[in-house]
Write a protein that binds this ligand. Structure first.
Ligand code: GLU
Length: 324
């Protein structure tokens, strides 16, 4: 039945003009050699923005469009967007995607007019994965550079390299080799969260991210609970903060969910190895929630979705225990 491709903007669409003109989805796909013979691609232009301007609501709308497409018989869905926020949008999609059919997010690191533009190869690989039997049931996937990553583990690790996407905790899931999709691993299936979030509630559900730094007393966290429904803390190493910050975070955790992650970029936070003030065990005792292997950005996505759906502190902690 073919693939539906939803275009959201990003570098893959930047035509290079000084007025910020962008290619349409049809122009992006027209530049992909061999695409026509591979599968019928039905293109939808949803947004034409840098990915830093995308919203949770727009991504959930895209999921709704994609769900309709597979309900109507599409083999899979491809989403093209900017790479800057792709690790967050892909994770959001993965949280709520209920279908066996693949939904594949891709983009480009080089603009279409640049030497070695990677957009066409990425779209071709993404369509191959979206139509591959081997990729079914793997949730949302990220395909760039002929590599297949699980949305739940992928990170953007370099500001300019076409090989920017990596999955430091898990490794990649597969490769596209000579046009063939070779899946090496499949992530474990997980119950999808409800995608139909009330939009007004979602917009009102703000979740803050605080990256802890040397000699940080956290003064800017004062009164945070009046504007924010939740907080993610990106702590040092295994989930540590300066000792002086611990009581502040503990007091906040009595008012709103406060989730503990590591700012290091890989590995999980610990639970019971260190015991100094500001250590992981101190913070967890003060009521912070441990995010396991989830990085600060993904933890923020999960916390916002959970809170917008009306989950209380207990359900939030359970969800992080399950997905972290
Ligand atoms: N890399 C940027 C992004 O993630 C591209 C910005 C643009 O499209 O203008 O969207």
């Amino acid at each position: 039945m073919g693939v539906v491709l939803v275009a959201l903007g990003g570098t893959i669409s930047v035509s290079g003009g000084v007025r910020g003109e962008r290619l349409t989805g049809a122009e992006i796909t027209a530049a992909v050699p061999g695409l026509e013979e591979l599968a019928p691609v039905d293109v939808l232009d949803a947004h034409a923005v840098p990915s830093g301007s995308l919203t949770f609501g727009q991504i959930l709308d895209t999921v709704a469009v994609a769900s309709r497409a597979v309900a109507e018989g599409a083999d899979g869905v491809v989403v093209t967007q900017g790479t800057d926020t792709l690790e967050e949008t892909a994770f959001l999609v993965d949280l709520v995607w209920p279908h066996e059919e693949p939904i594949v997010l891709t983009g480009a690191m080089r603009q279409p007019a640049m030497a070695g533009a990677d957009g066409p190869a990425n779209v071709l690989a993404a369509v191959r994965v979206a139509t591959a039997r081997e990729a079914r049931g793997a949730g949302a996937l990220v395909v760039l550079n002929d590599e297949v990553h699980a949305a739940r583990w992928v990170r953007k690790t370099h500001s300019t390299s076409p090989a920017t996407f990596a999955s430091p905790n898990a490794g990649l899931l597969g490769h596209v080799v000579e046009g063939r999709v070779r899946m090496l691993l499949t992530p474990p299936p997980r119950e999808p969260l409800p995608a139909g979030l009330d939009r007004a509630r979602l917009e009102a559900t703000r979740v803050a991210l605080h990256v802890v730094t040397l000699d940080d007393d956290g003064a800017r966290l004062d009164g945070l609970e009046t504007t924010y429904a939740g907080l993610v803390v990106a702590g040092f190493g295994v989930g540590h903060v300066p000792g002086v910050l611990a009581p502040r975070l503990g007091a906040l955790a009595e008012r709103i969910p406060v989730v503990l992650t590591s700012r290091t970029g890989a590995g999980s936070v610990l639970r019971h190895t260190y015991h100094a003030p500001g250590s992981e065990s101190d913070l967890l005792q003060r009521g912070l929630i441990d995010a396991g292997f989830l990085d600060p950005y993904k933890a923020r996505v999960l916390l916002r979705v959970l809170l917008a759906a009306g989950n209380g502190p207990r359900a939030v902690a359970d969800a992080f225990a399950l997905r972290g």
